[in-house]
Design a protein around this ligand. Sequence first.
Ligand code: FES
Length: 68
Amino acid sequence: MYICLCQGVTDRQVREAAENGCQSMRQLGKELGVGRQCGRCAASAREILRECQTPDYLTLAGLLAEPA
Ligand code: FES
């Protein structure tokens, strides 16, 4: 799904950027141009960044539950 229509950036691209080290909207703007024109995408892009930075507790719980 397109997050930034001005730059043609998708949520997948935002997630990939986050996985590759983008941690802020400033970095995301430099990397992909997100939020640099009209700014309507900023809230959605910020939310995706936050999701990517939040630990996946279900995965962590699964790893802890595995026998050694
Ligand atoms: S929609 Fe992203 S800058 Fe306009």
